[in-house]
Design a protein around this ligand. Structure first.
Ligand code: HEM
Length: 241
């Protein structure tokens, strides 16, 4: 599984690789992964009685809130650092064409590590689209219910508090299950290098994201040719003034 960046003219890297993630996207993903892991580890003692001794002293609650600030900062940072990338991620996650629907029908094969013969995919394969869409929805659920529990808990009735806690815990459970799947695919398709370096081998991308590679090639072909010798194309007699 290889990932992308916005299809800009910034296409080729060394050794026939394609730029998949710009640095801003990679750092933001690191913030998502680290803040989420801390949220999970510090959240467990708050809801799971046998682990409650870990919450003694209240430190886990404080660390949980610090990590929550990091997690909530993600959409804002993404829009500041890479507005186009953020918009693309949101829009693509909810758009499924005919190839995506066919891909989903054969997803079982892909799950078992057999990517040969799958329908051609764009920047994101249909499984990634589903994952990212679910992360966006459940992430919003965990953030809004968390804010309710954090800020308005004093003004809410017990029933309202229970509902907020239920939404919070179910959203978190969903995100943890998604993360298990996310890490599974990362390992099976050796995708960590894409997130680490930002580049993917062109051959791998062509195999798994054929429509994206075609799109990048078309963009590159449309780029204006750059004259390697400055001024060489100037008409005779029209030097710089
Ligand atoms: C903690 C360990 C994690 C690892 C090892 C990991 C790994 C990766 C990798 C390798 C990719 C690129 C996939 C590819 O090129 O095919 C990726 C993308 C992505 N991951 Fe993770 N991830 C982790 C945590 C998370 C978490 C916790 C979330 C969300 C709650 C998340 C959401 C995403 C999203 C939305 C993308 C696409 C990013 C974009 O297009 O900007 N990841 N991850």
């Amino acid at each position: 599984m290889s990932e992308t960046a916005t299809p800009t003219a910034e296409v080729a890297g060394p050794n026939e690789t394609l730029l998949r993630y710009r640095p801003g996207q990679r750092y933001i993903h690191l913030l998502v992964a680290s803040s989420f892991t801390v949220l999970f580890l510090t959240g467990l003692p708050l809801i799971f009685e046998p682990l409650s001794f870990l919450a003694a002293g209240g430190y886990s609650r404080i660390i949980h809130r610090i990590a929550a600030v990091g997690f909530m900062a993600v959409p804002f940072l993404y829009f500041i650092v890479d507005r186009e990338g953020a918009k693309e991620l949101i829009v693509e996650s909810f758009q499924y064409d005919r190839d995506d629907r066919r891909w989903l029908l054969h997803m079982g094969r892909y799950f078992l590590g057999q990517s040969e013969g799958m329908p051609p995919q764009g920047r994101l394969n249909a499984g990634q689209k589903l994952h990212h869409a679910a992360v966006l929805i459940l992430g919003a659920g965990v953030v809004f219910s968390g804010l309710v529990l954090w800020i308005w808990s004093g003004q809410l009735t017990d029933v309202q508090l229970s509902w907020a806690a239920l939404v919070h815990n179910i959203s978190m459970l969903g995100l943890v299950l998604l993360l298990i799947g996310h890490i599974y695919f990362t390992v099976v398709y050796k995708a960590i290098n894409a997130m680490h370096t930002g580049y993917v081998p062109r051959a791998d991308a062509a195999h798994e994201h054929a429509k994206w590679v075609a799109e990048m090639d078309a963009l590159k072909a449309r780029e204006p040719r750059v004259d390697p010798v400055p001024g060489a194309a100037e008409p005779p007699g029209e030097g710089r003034s």
